[in-house]
Ligand binder design. Structure first.
Ligand SMILES: Nc1ncnc2c1ncn2[C@@H]1O[C@H](COP(=O)(O)OP(=O)(O)OP(=O)(O)O)[C@@H](O)[C@H]1O
Ligand SMILES: [Mg+2]
Length: 241
């Protein structure tokens, strides 16, 4: 289980994250909702070791990961799929996937690649294509695949559906569900609250660096503050409370 407890992260004297707690566990998707600038990306970066928390704790199965270097956190089994995917366009799909395996147990790389190809057949079909030639949805699958090559227990996903055509969003989020069902714990920031709630187990909503709601996805759907903030007034009008 990944446990983030009372995390504080600052940029100079701007407190971007002010006492955030959240968790996820193998098989589960925890959805992180919040407006622009709420501190979602900063939280994921701090968990991944890319920002140093001022205070608070990040543990994986009881092991303290707080403030470790990013590559060490990957080696402990926590992989970040960053906002904007950051794939290497001029490199081939196969080369991008291999880069994801740099911390992995070398004896398991071939087997892991096979599992990635099973989950994302397009990455096998396009193995020798330049990654930059893939569609947006395919590039997101490549970003997932690259993270999977590190054999993670936990994946941190920052806005996986960003910039994708609405028709593709559901299929990408279905892939996230499939990764969770394969036994990975997922912490996912997703601006598309409606589609995110369809696949999530739990929800944490943040505003101005603080948690304003934490509960099951089904409870979030019934919570008027969450509805108003993230699903819009139309959803509220259609709810019972
Ligand atoms: N590198 C940085 N230096 C200074 N301030 C930053 C930096 N990155 C983020 N911030 C500030 O920290 C706060 C939280 O930003 P963060 O990117 O975590 O928000 P977010 O919830 O991911 O927003 P978005 O929905 O726009 O992605 C914002 O006020 C932002 O301006
Ligand atoms: Mg962000």
């Amino acid at each position: 289980m990944l446990d983030v407890s009372d995390l504080h992260v600052s940029y100079g004297n701007v407190e971007a994250v002010r006492g955030v707690s959240m968790s996820t566990t193998p098989g589960k998707i925890t959805l992180v909702l919040g407006a622009n600038g709420a501190g979602k990306t900063t939280t994921l970066k701090a968990v991944a070791g890319l920002e140093k928390p001022v205070s608070g704790k990040v543990t994986l199965d009881g092991t303290d990961l707080t403030g470790l270097a990013p590559h060490k956190i990957v080696r402990h089994g926590v992989s970040l799929v960053p906002e904007g995917r950051r794939i290497f366009g001029p490199l081939t799909v196969a080369e991008n996937l291999r880069m994801g395996a740099y911390t992995a147990d070398k004896s398991l790389v071939a087997e892991t690649l096979e599992r990635v190809h099973e989950m994302f057949p397009i990455l096998q079909q396009r193995a020798d294509s330049a990654a930059g030639l893939l569609s947006g949805g395919e590039q997101q699958m490549l970003a997932f695949g690259r993270a999977l090559m590190a054999q993670p227990k936990i994946m941190l996903l920052d806005e996986p559906s960003m910039g994708l055509a609405p028709a593709i969003v559901d299929s990408i989020l279905a892939k996230v569900r499939q990764m969770a069902d394969s036994g990975i714990g997922i912490l996912m920031v997703e601006q598309n609250a409606e589609a995110g709630l369809d696949v999530a187990d739990d929800v944490v909503a943040v505003a101005r660096g603080e948690v304003i709601f934490a509960g099951a996805a089904s409870e979030a759907r019934d919570n008027s503050a969450v509805l108003r903030a993230f699903l819009g007034e139309a959803a509220l009008a259609g709810s019972d409370d």
